[in-house]
Design a protein around this ligand. Structure first.
Ligand code: ATP
Ligand code: MG
Length: 201
């Protein structure tokens, strides 16, 4: 079996927390590669002011370019409509050999919203989930949530931990607005891209 990681996110902007998460899970679970998929219009962020998909895609490309095991997919941003993970995973599956196993990588916070995802029951059958703890998350509560999801949906969500980086895109946008440094929080190329394009100010 070939194992491929799928890392979905808004990536507004992509940061070192995303990169550490993907790389640590790739090596822990022997994944051949991780495909980063910037969301087109994320269903849960519709009302927010999201940066154009072009910028988010470029930043994701820049951030992942130094890792030969990372890829970026345009599958969601190519369509200017709400991106549901179930549709993305089904489409991706068609592009893989039948012996490819998919592992959807998420931070723990995403698991709390999982039940609001479209066709979650079907999604959990199509694709494995690996959830990593994230700073600010109560581990006991997380494990209870996962036990519950695994039981209700007959799923096998795997929990793991990665070196904690208390970083979020929300916090980075806030830092930029307040002219605070984001050095070493995002890759240098992303930092320059943000300044050059005057994003988040
Ligand atoms: P925002 O603050 O805008 O929601 P974010 O930092 O949470 O941004 P997303 O693009 O929403 O980034 O996240 C994509 C995925 O990466 C989610 O599964 C999220 O849980 C995970 N993730 C983001 N930051 C971290 C981090 N510092 N550590 C572990 N996982 C993370
Ligand atoms: Mg988030």
């Amino acid at each position: 079996m070939k194992k491929v990681g799928i890392m979905g996110g808004t990536f507004d902007p992509i940061h070192n927390g995303h990169l550490v998460l993907a790389e640590q899970i790739r090596t822990q679970f022997n994944l051949e590669k991780v495909i980063f998929i910037p969301a087109g219009i994320p269903p849960h962020k519709q009302e927010l002011n999201i940066t154009s998909s072009k910028h988010r895609y470029f930043m994701t490309l820049l951030a992942t370019i130094t890792n030969p095991h990372f890829e970026v997919s345009k599958i969601e941003i190519a369509e200017e409509k709400i991106s549901y993970t179930i549709n993305t995973i089904k489409k991706l599956k068609e592009t893989f050999d039948s012996n490819t196993e998919m592992f959807f990588i998420t931070g723990a916070d995403a698991l709390y919203e999982l039940e609001t995802w479209k066709n979650i029951e079907e999604l959990l059958k199509l694709c494995n989930f690996i959830a990593a703890t994230r700073p600010g998350i109560d581990e006991k509560k997380l494990r209870d949530k996962i036990d519950y999801l695994n039981k209700i949906y007959n799923a096998q969500i795997i929990v793991t931990s990665v070196p904690a980086l208390a970083i979020s895109s929300t916090d980075i946008r806030e830092r930029i607005r307040h002219r605070k440094s984001i050095k070493y929080i995002v890759p240098e190329s992303v930092e320059y891209y943000i300044y050059k394009n005057k994003l988040y100010i």
